[in-house]
Structures are given as structure tokens and as C-alpha cells.
Design a protein. Structure first.
Length: 356
């Protein structure tokens, strides 16, 4: 149990227009901070006015990217309550990421307490317009002021909050995807399963290339065989082939274990849909397409929830999926998941956690 010191801002900001939030552009009045040192462990948990962090230019995070982050949301329910969606899944994943990056662990219940108290401190920032939520961004950075390569002895754990609209301004319209054959995002033995900034830095080049060619996202292939599908952009990916829903398996360690991914698998199973977590090659995908069996494709992630894929192109081949329209399974998953998250659809799985 943390004893969190709280300091309220004397200069609250003017709230943004909740009907035009975009994603990750506005931040609330406060943030959570906690420090780590070898001598004291994690200490001085506090909620303070949102402000720049002061760091040495030599701080290790700037040079060797010892950094992790998480992403989740808080929702206002119709009865005025506040809820989180499967927060322990994020917190358990955070522990796995910390382990991979040699970042000292924080007890799971302390992380949940920090998230809960920070969200409730800025409760008046949770937007209520349809499709909006309060995005929660916990992250840890290494702060030792020195240039030797080693795990830092000091860290800052920070949580910032951002009122957000739906991720895609256009709504859930299917997007054009480019199959990336040159650059890879993750390899077996690497950090693909961990939520770390370095993975994103390494993905920018492929993303820029796809954008320049007129696509909105990249389909990443595995780094060893260069033929099995990993993820789409910064989302997990699903394909509906015949009556089977397929998503890449997690066992190679190069795929981020998404909370949305896990929830889609559980929902589909509960509906009696056949779901397989297995390897899927681009060749198998195009074969299914040629036979008319590739019915739907979509990405999953907290930010966008479900992002339907309208087309999937290689340098040589093109596949237009479901006429470029959102499919029935994608739509049903989106409606059910967002309904549970906003508290307008029953939650038979006990996924939501009321914090107020
Ligand atoms: C965060 C993330 C996802 C989605 O995970 P969710 O828990 O569903 O938000 C998928 N892929 C990558 C690379 C990610 O960073």
C-alpha cells in the first residue's frame, strides 16, 4: 500500500473541447511520480501538478533507451461511475516488460493503486462524449547520469493522463495496409513482447515508407523467416479465413500480448467461433484470398479497439478485403468491447473494474 502525497494545482487548465479531442494531445492537471534508487527502493509516491521533468542530459534513458510504458483507459459509465478495463492484464504485462529491461519491479497492487488514485484525482477530466475516454500512460525511465551501458540504479515511474477521442478521426473505416518486407519490428529473443519505446523507434522507418506509398499502416513480418505475420502497425492482427479466425501465436516472443487481443479471443470463443492462435504466412493469406476465403482482417489495440483492414498490398499483389468495408465479426467485436468498456453492455466476464 502506497502512502501517496497529493498536491493540487493552483492553476487548473481550461478543459479542451471534448467533441474534438484527437488522440494524446491534451494532458490533465496532474501526474503521478515515484522515484527509485538502489538504497531506498521505490519511494516518494506523489500526485503533483502536471509539469516538465527535470533530467540530466546524461540520463541513461536518452542514450540507451531503458524505458517501458503501458497504455490503458478509464471510462465514465452512464451512472456516473468510473471504471477500468482489465487493468491487472496491463499491470502483469508491465512486470514482464520490466523484467525484460532490467527495471526494478513495483508490486502490482501499488501500480493499481497509483493508477486508480491518479485517475480519480483528475476525475473531472474523464470525457463523457460518445467514443471518448481517459487514456492512461504509465511509464518508467532510467535516470542515472552516466554513459556506461548497464541497468540504471535510479528510475522515475510516471503516470500521465490524456482525454481522448476515438483513435481514428474518420471513425472505424477500414485502412490500407502495406506488407513490409525490408524492415522488421521484432525478432525471437528480442523485445517484441515487451512494451518499450525502443520498439517504436525501430518501427518508424517502415511506417514512414508505408505512409509515403499511400498506406496508413505496416503489416510486420517475422524477422527470421520473413514470411509469417506478426502485427499490424502497433496493433495485434486477426484474419477471418473461411469459418476460422486466426491470430499469430505468442510463443515466439516477438508479439506484444495485447489485452484487446486476449479479449477478442475470449469473446469469439464465447460466441462459438473457431479461433486459432498459430503461424500464418503471407502466402497462406494470399492463397485464401485467391480462393475467396479471406473474409475479414482487423487490428486490435486499446487506442483504436478494432481497426478493420480494407486492403493488404505487397509490391506485386493486392488484396481488397470485404469490398473495403468493415466485416460483421469486426463490427460485433467493436460494439461488444466498447459497450462493456463504457458500461452500456453487460460484462459477463467481470473484465471491468469499478474504481468509483
Ligand atoms: C500496446 C500494443 C498492442 C496492443 O495491446 P493492447 O493491450 O490491446 O492495447 C499491440 N502491439 C503493440 C506493438 C503494442 O505496443
Amino acid at each position: 500500500m502506497l502512502n501517496i502525497r497529493k498536491e493540487r494545482t493552483s492553476t487548473p487548465k481550461v478543459k479542451p473541447d471534448y467533441s474534438n479531442l484527437g488522440f494524446g494531445k491534451y494532458f490533465t492537471d496532474h501526474m503521478f511520480l515515484m522515484n527509485y534508487s538502489t538504497e531506498k527502493g521505490w519511494h516518494d509516491p506523489r500526485i503533483v501538478p502536471y509539469a516538465p521533468l527535470e533530467l540530466e542530459p546524461s540520463a541513461m534513458v536518452f542514450h540507451y533507451a531503458q524505458e517501458m510504458f503501458e497504455g490503458m483507459k478509464a471510462y465514465k459509465t452512464p451512472d456516473g461511475g468510473v471504471q477500468l478495463f482489465r487493468p491487472m492484464k496491463n499491470i502483469e504485462r508491465m512486470a514482464n516488460t520490466n523484467d525484460r529491461l532490467c527495471i526494478p519491479q513495483i508490486p502490482n497492487e501499488d501500480v493499481l493503486q497509483a493508477i486508480t488514485e491518479t485517475v480519480l484525482f483528475d476525475e473531472d477530466w474523464i470525457p463523457t462524449t460518445v467514443g471518448t475516454s481517459l487514456y492512461i500512460r504509465p511509464f518508467i525511465i532510467a535516470t542515472d547520469p552516466m554513459l556506461g551501458v548497464h541497468p540504471s540504479h535510479t528510475y522515475i515511474f510516471c503516470i500521465i493522463l490524456s482525454p481522448v477521442a476515438a483513435y481514428y478521426a474518420e471513425g472505424i473505416n477500414p485502412v490500407k495496409i502495406f506488407i513490409e518486407r525490408e524492415y522488421v519490428r521484432a525478432v525471437k529473443g528480442g523485445t517484441g513482447y515487451a512494451k518499450v519505446g525502443g520498439n517504436y523507434a525501430a518501427s518508424l522507418k517502415g511506417q514512414e515508407k508505408a505512409n509515403a506509398l499511400g498506406y496508413s499502416q505496416v503489416l510486420w513480418l517475422d524477422g527470421i523467416n520473413r514470411k509469417y505475420i506478426d502485427e499490424v502497425g502497433a496493433m495485434n492482427v486477426f484474419f477471418v479465413i473461411g469459418d476460422e479466425v486466426i491470430t499469430p501465436a505468442l510463443d515466439e516472443g516477438n508479439i506484444l500480448p495485447g489485452v484487446t487481443r486476449a479479449s477478442c479471443i475470449e469473446l469469439l470463443k464465447s460466441w462459438g467461433v473457431k479461433v486459432s492462435e498459430r503461424r500464418l504466412s503471407v502466402d497462406e493469406l494470399y492463397e485464401a484470398y485467391d480462393k475467396g476465403e479471406l473474409k475479414e482482417a482487423f487490428g486490435t489495440g486499446t487506442a483504436a479497439v478494432i481497426s478493420p483492414i480494407g486492403s493488404l498490398d505487397d509490391e506485386t499483389k493486392k488484396a481488397v478485403i470485404n469490398d473495403g468495408k468493415i466485416g460483421a465479426i469486426s463490427q460485433r467485436l467493436y460494439d461488444t468491447l466498447t459497450g462493456i468498456q463504457w458500461g452500456t453492455v453487460a460484462d459477463p466476464f467481470g473484465w471491468t473494474v469499478k474504481i468509483k
